[in-house]
Design a protein around this ligand. Structure first.
Ligand code: GLA
Length: 690
């Protein structure tokens, strides 16, 4: 299905500004004040009925819509659109009391109790039947409501319940496997069950990868991840079918492209959405939460195939689910918000409108905090609302990037399995490290799936693509042979889609492309490191690389691989392919990626440290977003009209410490000063993707 819905179409062509609104918590008098303040802030889209099931269906089959009617009517009267939840995300207590079999089962066989949220098995027909009955009611009642702008199926599908190991799931898994493999022989072959006496002689012997005494079968585990992602997608499409039958409004659900959720293969989900919506929260457990925000935003844009997308949730300040919930410092909320906008979002929404007084999220920030409107938080919300008003013309424009980064949920699942050479090497760490190096260098990146069309890019970065299909490896090789440049990092190309090692030496699928061969991995203990020939440091991983056509760019300066190659470069056809055989220190990785980008002809931005520069363009105009993360003023050479201050700039804009500036310029041309920004001196515009 094509993604046909423009995000700005949800707000009459404006940028979307909104929130989750959970009015179930409040007295109707509060709703009136809520809507008045929403208007004051410029809110134009609110997500309601996200957790409404127990209120809408207080007892089995008896529905009560009075309060939701009143909320929707109130919002419609005030011209605020609704992102309407189907309400099926969390089950009412009566359902799990009557049917405890819908409760999910953990890998150790224990059931999870109700009392939190999302306590349902994705494969449960009992849950599905009750949920779809509710959706039918909600869609019938509100499918043509004047406030309705978009349907919001469930909520963050798989946030808590992605993997269920119960008997019902086991049956559904077997059905899924029959479709995938057809025969038991095929399955036994794909799973390598000849090893450890794991051969199956009947389908009913096959189980989900429940808790075992030793390592489980890796292909079984991988297939269970695939199955589990498909099961929740099937739930989405079941709800979607009802909504489409009863309503003309577009349909989506909120993705969780983030650092701590990995159970959905969103590349396979994305084509089912009318628009891509993502939820993102800064994760202070990471080394660089801000660059991870940028990665998640770029990945959301990738899922939207370059089209504008919607940030359906983020936070004005602290969350409540990290070990330490760090509040945002002054200006940070605006910077975070506009970083999403700069990277292609046409709308920004928050969880949630008014901070709860009760329940487990009462210490989660909100647009309207416990302190009320006499607060910095509220003033920041007003400032963001008026900024979005000033930036309205950006809607519909697209981000430009000359570099792609290949990202795969499936490779993530496979890469991080147990019994691998090193449990210290994690897929997402390698992805984030490569992304951060590019981000630090000011290079804008499109995130793409394995096998994506790469012809629009000058450089393609492939971090840790441990699992790769033959066709996807061949596509990368063809791209390089045709003149493209690629940089592949270690532990890539190792297995096929069934987790079968590609024999003959590492890195398997990419040996010829990279012109190298390695016989053995030598992971490093975290307390050890090796020195590189540039004086840099190699950690966590090394391998005995032999050059088979490639040249060594960096070598090891001592240790067990002294003199051996650590980083290589290989001319392949018309293009060039780089390989990093270890975890490089950040400065070395940044230098390497910058060199690879320069050799590929990427226009390198010349920006001061701490200044994030992203360009959106369309309709003959270009918008240069300048986000100053530093504590000093920064300057950027660009002429045009600055939209946050409405000031004209002849040739340079000063971005005060911590501030954001957005400059509208005419479409960039070749006479734009070289190295003044990522869009300067673009000689070969056809190679630049949307
Ligand atoms: C998720 C959920 C919300 C809320 C936020 C808190 O995004 O969708 O209901 O729990 O997390 O950060």
């Amino acid at each position: 299905m094509a993604r046909s819905t423009a995000v700005a179409g949800l707000a009459d062509g404006r940028l979307v500004f909104g929130c989750d609104y959970n009015p179930e918590q409040w007295h109707p008098e509060v709703w009136v004040e809520d809507v008045r303040l929403m208007k004051e802030a410029g809110v134009n889209l609110v997500a309601v009925n996200i957790f409404g099931w127990a209120e809408l269906e207080p007892t089995p089959g008896a529905y009560s819509f009075d309060r939701l009617d009143a909320v929707l009517d109130l919002l419609a009267e005030q011209g605020i659109g609704v992102n309407l939840g189907t309400g099926t995300s969390s089950t009412p207590a009566w359902l799990t009391t009557l049917h405890p079999e819908v409760l999910p089962q953990a890998a150790d066989g224990t059931r999870r109790w109700p009392g939190g949220r999302q306590a349902w098995c994705p494969s449960s027909p009992v849950y599905r039947e009750h949920a779809l009955r509710l959706v039918e009611q909600v869609a019938t009642r509100y499918g043509g409501h004047p406030a309705l702008r978009i349907w919001h199926v469930s909520n963050e599908l798989g946030c808590h319940n992605a993997l269920c190991y119960c008997e019902v799931s086991a049956d559904a898994f077997r059905a899924w496997l029959r479709t995938r493999y057809g025969t038991l022989d095929e399955l036994n072959n794909a799973w390598g069950t000849a090893f450890w006496s794991q051969r199956y002689s009947a389908w009913d012997q096959i189980l989900p990868p429940r808790l075992t005494l030793s390592a489980t079968n890796p292909t079984q585990t991988l297939d269970y991840q695939r199955f589990s992602s498909d099961e929740l997608l099937a739930h989405y499409t079941a709800e979607e079918a009802i909504l489409r039958r009863l309503s003309a409004a577009p349909v989506t659900t909120n993705f969780m492209v983030s650092a701590h959720i990995r159970n959905q293969d969103y590349w396979s989900w994305a084509p089912h959405m009318d628009l891509i919506a993502n939820d993102h929260y800064l994760d202070h457990r990471l080394d660089s939460p801000t660059s991870e925000l940028a990665f998640a935003a770029d990945a959301s844009r990738g899922l939207a195939q370059g089209a504008p997308w919607l940030l359906m949730e983020h936070s004005t300040g602290a969350v409540n689910w990290q070990p330490r919930n760090i509040a945002k410092i002054p200006g940070e909320m605006l910077r975070n918000s506009l970083a999403h906008l700069a990277r292609g979002a046409d709308g920004l929404c928050f969880f949630q409108w008014r901070a709860s007084l009760q329940g487990s999220e009462k210490f989660h920030s909100a647009m309207l905090p416990h302190a009320g409107i006499d607060s910095q938080n509220w003033r920041d919300v007003l400032e963001l609302g008026s900024s979005l008003h000033r930036l309205a013309e950006v809607a519909g424009t697209r981000v430009q990037a000359e570099v792609a980064l290949v990202f795969s949920w499936e490779a993530w699942w496979a890469h991080d399995q147990e019994s691998h050479p090193s449990s210290d090497v994690r897929y997402l760490d390698q992805v984030h490290a490569a992304y951060r190096a590019l981000w630090d260098a000011g290079i804008t990146v499109n995130v793409v799936a394995p096998g994506a069309d790469l012809t629009a890019y000058r450089l393609v970065v492939v971090p840790g693509l441990y699992l790769v299909r033959d066709t996807d490896a061949a596509a990368l090789a063809a791209y390089v042979a045709g003149g493209g440049h690629a940089l592949v990092t270690f532990f890539s190309g190792i297995v096929d889609e069934n987790e079968r090692v590609r024999p003959g030496g590492y890195p398997g699928a990419f040996r010829d492309l990279l012109g190298i061969r390695s016989e053995e991995f030598f992971p490093l203990h975290p307390r050890d490191s090796l020195t590189l020939s540039n004086g840099g440091t190699a950690t966590l991983w090394s391998e005995a690389l032999r050059l088979e056509g490639a040249e060594a760019v960096l070598t090891y300066d001592g240790g067990h691989l002294a003199g051996g190659p650590a980083v290589t470069r290989h001319g392949f056809g018309e293009g060039r392919a780089w390989y990093t055989g270890t975890v490089l220190d950040p400065a070395t990785l940044k230098g390497l990626l910058t060199t690879a980008a320069a050799e590929a002809g990427v226009v390198l931005p010349d920006v001061q440290e701490g200044l994030e520069v992203i360009v959106r363009s369309g309709n003959g105009r270009t918008y240069v977003f300048l986000i100053n993360h530093s504590s000093e003023d920064r300057k950027y050479r660009v002429a045009g009209t600055e939209l946050m201050t409405a000031e004209a700039s002849d040739n340079a804009v000063v971005v005060p410490a911590g501030a954001v500036r957005v400059v509208r310029t005419p479409a960039m041309t070749a006479d734009f000063p070289k190295n003044d920004g990522p869009v300067g001196d673009r000689k070969d515009a056809h190679r630049v993707s949307n």
